[in-house]
Design a protein around this ligand. Sequence first.
Ligand code: FES
Length: 113
Amino acid sequence: MVEDPKGRLTPGYQRHLFICAHERGPEAKRPCCLTRGGMDLMKRLKNAAKQEGLSGVRVQKSGCLDFCENGISCVVYPEGVWYTLTGEENIPDLLEHLRSGTVAEHLRMNLEE
Ligand code: FES
């Protein structure tokens, strides 16, 4: 049986969070999450989750999630909840979602516009 690098025999996580860190050039017509701090926030959240000892979760950067105007874009599975993030002030709410599944309603992405 094949193990992953963490010794797990089956793939998947209890919760899987992606933060967009896509970069566009200065001439691009659409904004990008990298210049708004997506990569920095992803790294800070990843470290915070590690320090909290959260297991069964994974925090990763993603490419463009296609909601660039609503970024920093973030999605958490299995709930399929989309967030618009602003910076490290969002980390406690994201950690709580990863820990308990509690959705941070005030961070939900507005998909109506
Ligand atoms: S650049 Fe982040 S969602 Fe498109």
